[in-house]
Structure formats: structure tokens, C-alpha cells
Design a protein around this ligand. Structure first.
Ligand SMILES: *[C@@H]1O[C@H](CO)[C@@H](O)[C@H](O)[C@H]1NC(C)=O
Length: 208
């Protein structure tokens, strides 16, 4: 187990090292709808993802690593065209809060050129194509490494900043941590907490 985790970690580092230098890294486009000192509301028109569901571990770090390992294989040829994808950012991990067992969805953002008909994943990877349409997200940035012991603080801070906009009864069923930088970058790192506010806000992003 330990060995496998180390291999995953090494792969991740190697991947970022090989593929992230000297190239413009594609990220999803969005429009900023509303800005406050500690968060903003963004509208994302359409985003295509490959996503890997990870069950059975509550650890954010472990589930991100396991999911990313499967996505990594997809991106490196384990698909119907043996196609190799470009690195994009962010890699996101969505934490479902209402499921009985821990469930996390780890996502790789598909570059625009692959956003419509990406090659099919090899079935044993259990990764799936997914499209978001017109999402309205509340976003809080935080620096450093996103870890099990700091993400909850950031999530709570975003929830409390949003509390004046959210109805008391609004149950948050999921939130997402977006990580933008390779693990070998130690300084100047960017992460975000994303909360879907499509249903709640009238600040410009209209409900679907
Ligand atoms: C981390 O990613 C963000 C967003 O892509 C970028 O602006 C920043 O320069 C990156 N930091 C480093 C150290 O590469």
C-alpha cells in the first residue's frame, strides 16, 4: 500500500515536471459576476471533465491521489485512441457531504480541443466523461498545499462569507477543492474552494 502510494506520488511529480514547464496550461474560462474581499462569484459557461469516483476513504489527500492516478493513466494513453493529453489545471476534488460512505470525485479538465468527443477511457479505469453547463460558483482562494488538515477551515470560511446570501435551510451537498500547481512548486501556490451557488444567488448568475 505504502509502495503504491509512493509510486503514485512519484508519477504525479514526474508528470507535472515533464509536462508543465514552458507551455501555456489551459484552464476553464469564466466570467466574474461579483467580488468581495474574501470570495467571488464566477460564471463558468461550459466545462468538460474526465472524472474518477473514489469511495472508501474520507481523506482528501488519499482520494485525490487515487483518483488522479486513474485519470493520469487515461491521459497517458489508456483510452480508445491511445491518445496523450496535455496537462491542464486545475485538478479538482469534489467532496460529497450527504452520502453515507465517503465519496470524492476527482476531475481532470479536458482541453477545449478534446471537450466534445474525448476518446473513451479504458473500462478498468472507471473514469467518466462529464459536462458542466453554465455553473455559478462561489470561490475562495488559498495559498500553500491543500491538505486534510487545512481544507475544512477554508471551506468553513467560504460558507460563513456566503451566509448572508444563503437561506438558513440551504444544505450544502458538496464542495470542491481546485488545485492549480504541480506539487514541486513550493511557493506561490494557488488553490480554491468552489461552492455551487446556482440555486441560491440572484447576483447575476441566474438559476438554470
Ligand atoms: C500556480 O497556478 C496559478 C494559476 O494557474 C498561476 O497563476 C501561478 O503562477 C502558479 N504558481 C507557480 C509557482 O507556478
Amino acid at each position: 500500500m505504502k509502495g503504491k502510494v509512493l509510486i503514485n506520488f512519484a508519477l504525479t511529480i514526474c508528470f507535472f515536471f515533464c509536462c508543465s514547464s514552458g507551455r501555456v496550461i489551459e484552464s476553464p474560462h469564466y466570467k466574474v459576476i461579483h467580488v468581495e474581499s474574501d470570495f467571488e462569484i464566477r460564471q463558468y459557461k461550459q466545462i468538460s471533465w474526465m472524472s474518477a469516483l473514489v469511495q472508501g476513504t474520507a481523506s482528501f489527500e488519499k482520494s485525490t491521489e487515487q483518483g488522479f492516478h486513474r485519470l493520469y493513466q487515461y491521459m497517458h494513453g489508456a483510452n480508445s485512441n491511445s491518445y496523450h493529453f496535455l496537462f491542464t489545471s486545475p485538478v479538482t476534488t469534489t467532496i460529497m457531504t450527504l452520502t453515507r460512505e465517503p465519496e470524492r470525485l476527482v476531475r481532470y479538465y479536458l482541453p477545449i480541443m478534446n471537450a466534445e468527443n474525448p476518446p473513451l477511457p479504458n473500462s478498468e479505469l472507471n473514469v467518466h466523461f462529464e459536462k458542466w453547463r453554465n455553473n455559478c460558483l462561489a470561490v475562495r482562494r488559498f495559498p500553500g498545499f491543500a491538505k486534510d488538515d487545512n481544507i475544512n477551515k477554508e471551506i468553513d470560511a467560504l460558507k460563513s462569507s456566503l451566509s448572508k446570501y444563503l437561506p438558513e435551510s440551504a444544505a450544502v451537498s458538496e464542495y470542491t477543492i481546485a488545485q492549480y500547481n504541480s506539487s514541486r512548486r513550493l511557493l506561490g501556490r494557488l488553490n480554491e474552494v468552489w461552492l455551487d451557488v446556482s440555486g441560491f444567488t440572484t447576483e447575476g448568475c441566474q438559476p438554470l
